[in-house]
Design a protein around this ligand. Structure first.
Ligand code: CA
Ligand code: CA
Length: 644
């Protein structure tokens, strides 16, 4: 399976919706950022002692410099990553430009981080581990080798990763099978030539002590009789060694032992073979984890690195690092796959969450955000997680990356006097919110439309005193976030969105009020009801719609046409029955000044009815575009990489 081309394509997939980012100064990113739980690396170490590595999927659209600064600082300070592994560095700039690379190396140097330079591509159709195959490889990378070997650049190079493409079916065919006598002989002689020519190329550029690491691969089932490349005199090696679950249909949960979580026995097989060939030689491991949870419990046919859920993933990452560091002094680093990578793989295709960075979705503690300016964490007994973020000066704030598509933002905060908070999406000010003084922590909900993948930042617009406990990123207008009246009450419900719904809507006195919401031409209500019920949804000072809700034990959807101007207040009241309302969502574009006659849709409208919202249309277009990008990239790039 080819990850190299995917890396290039996915840089777009993951990040295309992330244009301009505000440059964060070194001072802003300084100390005391909390380390994410979703990292293998609990402590930061100097890259010369151990490569705390991860794949950074390069992004080439939008403000690349700001993106570089933001991601490297996030990797360095929130994930303890000291080394980045990048695919396609040779294509990071267009033509002869070095602008992006220059800035990348400048930032790596500023942060004391290193980069692995991959010598990866080869001509798959004809490649047969012959000396002549190296002409293509060396020609392809000559410019990059010259660039990274230059003074001021080579200081940030961890090592050159030299690809031995033994897992490529074409290559195997060209040699009469992977375990053929010819294959074994050629691998050894090619490795020697590869190392020799790379030494010549780097030394001629003044990089006298470049480290050259050869890839080692013993097959996904350890069935390859890969010969020792020791005669080539490489400085070290790197190996793909993924954890495969013992039973993909019965994955252990986070409480399982380390050994079971990472299928340690299996990892040990490759390691034993390595030690039999290269005892004492430096080794870097490449592997990653993705979750069944992310694919809603559907087992993908790509099971390398598959674990049950995020909890299990957090534990598996730490267990993996511990395994290698405890038992193998040879292991000098781990390149986790990958820091920001969501990758489509397998048949049928499923997107896999290799990433360490998860979307901002649902309730997120403020202390997990990225602090801006002089924002600091503060111990607060009454705050969620016992911590809130304190902001006092204009510009102090928090940023949340990789946002899910949302329509509502919640803020749980405390303030002694009014505070002006700017709400930014991709660094564009969307609204300035006046937060009222509160007694203790209070919730405020804003209508805010955010595209998937964008980043939100919240900053004080003026000096003040704000304690932010958590934010909520909601795809819908959750009923339980509204102002409740009469007998309306929040009911915790596992099956409901955001884990709660509102019950008690039996009469006109019982209501849910949602303020300042996004506009639309159609409302959809998600509900359940023990009996046939009727509710009214009305726009304050505008139209209203009576909606009949058929009895349904499961949560179901019902929608109705209703013109809702942007920023309107919406009131949901009971008329009869006993509906439990989970959330309301809006779609379509409101008509200025138009009047909508109250309507009720035909009975039996299927759940999820209501047509495509503009956001959904945009998302679909984006997906279609990205599929195109992936296909085009796959055709254009022939950069196979070992990966499951
Ligand atoms: Ca908190
Ligand atoms: Ca809800």
């Amino acid at each position: 399976m080819n990850t190299g081309k995917a890396a290039a394509a996915l840089a777009l997939a993951a990040l295309i919706a992330l244009p301009a980012a505000h440059p964060i100064s070194a001072g802003e990113a300084q100390a005391a950022q909390p380390v994410s739980e979703m990292t293998p690396y609990e402590t930061y170490v100097d890259p010369d002692t151990f490569y705390n590595g991860a794949v950074l999927d390069l992004k080439t659209d939008g403000d690349v410099h700001s993106w570089i600064t933001r991601e490297l600082e996030n990797m360095r300070y929130c994930y303890n990553i000291n080394t980045i592994n990048v695919y396609g560095l040779e294509g990071f700039d267009e033509g002869d430009s070095n602008e992006n690379k220059d800035f990348l190396f400048q930032e790596l140097a500023r942060l004391g981080m290193k980069v692995v330079v991959r010598i990866e591509s080869y001509n798959s159709a004809t490649f047969a581990f012959q000396e002549s195959d190296l002409d293509y490889v060396m020609n392809t990378y000559q410019k990059l080798i010259e660039y990274v070997s230059g003074d001021g650049k080579r200081q940030q190079v961890a090592y050159f990763a030299l690809n031995m493409p033994v897992d490529d079916g074409n290559v195997q065919n060209n040699l009469g099978g992977i375990n053929s006598k010819l294959s074994k002989e050629r691998q050894v002689s090619y490795a020697a030539s590869f190392v020799r020519r790379m030494r010549e190329a780097t030394q001629s550029c003044g990089f006298d002590d470049a480290k050259l690491y050869l890839s080692i691969f013993y097959g996904w089932d350890n069935s390859y009789q890969t010969p020792s490349y020791a005669p080539a005199g490489a400085d070290g090696y790197f190996i793909n060694n993924y954890s495969y679950p013992v039973d993909a249909n019965n994955l252990p949960d986070a409480s399982a032992s380390d050994e079971e979580l990472i299928n340690q026995n299996r990892l040990s097989i490759s390691m034993s073979t390595y030690l039999s060939q290269y005892a004492g030689m430096p080794l870097v491991v490449e592997s990653g984890f993705h979750t069944l949870e992310y694919n809603d419990g559907v087992v993908p046919n790509q099971t390398a690195g598959l674990v049950r859920d995020k909890e299990a993933k957090m534990r598996a990452m730490k267990a993996t690092l511990n395994f290698y560091q405890s038992y193998f002094t040879e292991v000098k680093g781990w390149l986790y796959f990958g820091y920001n990578l969501y990758k489509e793989e397998g048949t049928p295709a499923a997107v896999m969450d290799w990433s360490l960075v998860y979307p901002t979705e649902g309730q997120v503690e403020a202390e997990n955000g990225y602090r801006l300016g002089g924002a600091v964490s503060k111990t607060e007994e009454t705050a969620g997680g016992g911590i809130a973020i304190s902001m006092e000066k204009a510009g102090d704030g928090l940023a949340f990356y990789e946002c899910a598509a949302i329509n509502q933002l919640g803020l749980r905060y405390r303030a002694a006097s009014p505070v002006k908070l700017g709400v930014y999406v991709d660094d564009e000010l969307k609204q300035t919110v006046e937060l009222e003084p509160t007694e203790g922590y209070a919730d405020r909900f804003l209508s805010l439309t955010v595209m998937k993948g964008a980043h939100i930042s919240l900053r004080l617009e003026e000096d003040g005193a704000l304690l932010l406990d958590s934010i909520g990123a909601y795809a819908q207008l959750e009923a339980e976030n509204g102002e409740l009246s009469g007998n309306a009450a929040i009911a915790p419900e596992e099956a409901a969105s955001n884990g709660a719904a509102v019950s008690g809507l039996a009469s006109e006195n019982d209501g849910i009020r949602m303020t300042g919401i996004r506009g639309g031409a159609r409302v959809k209500v998600r509900y359940r009801a023990d009996e046939d019920s009727v509710i009214r949804v009305s726009v304050e000072g505008g139209d209203s719609a009576e909606i009949s809700l058929k009895a349904s034990a499961e949560y179901a959807d019902m929608s109705a046409a209703l013109n809702v101007p942007a920023g309107a207040n919406l009131q949901v009241t009971g008329l009869s029955g006993s509906a439990v309302i989970d959330y309301v969502s809006l779609s379509g574009v409101p008509q200025a000044g138009a009047t909508t006659a109250p309507t009720t849709p035909p009975e039996g409208e299927p759940p999820g009815g209501g047509g495509l919202s503009p956001i959904l249309v945009v998302v679909i277009c984006l997906v279609v575009f990205l599929v195109g990008v992936v296909v085009v990239t796959a055709v254009m790039l022939k950069r196979p990489v070992k990966k499951p």
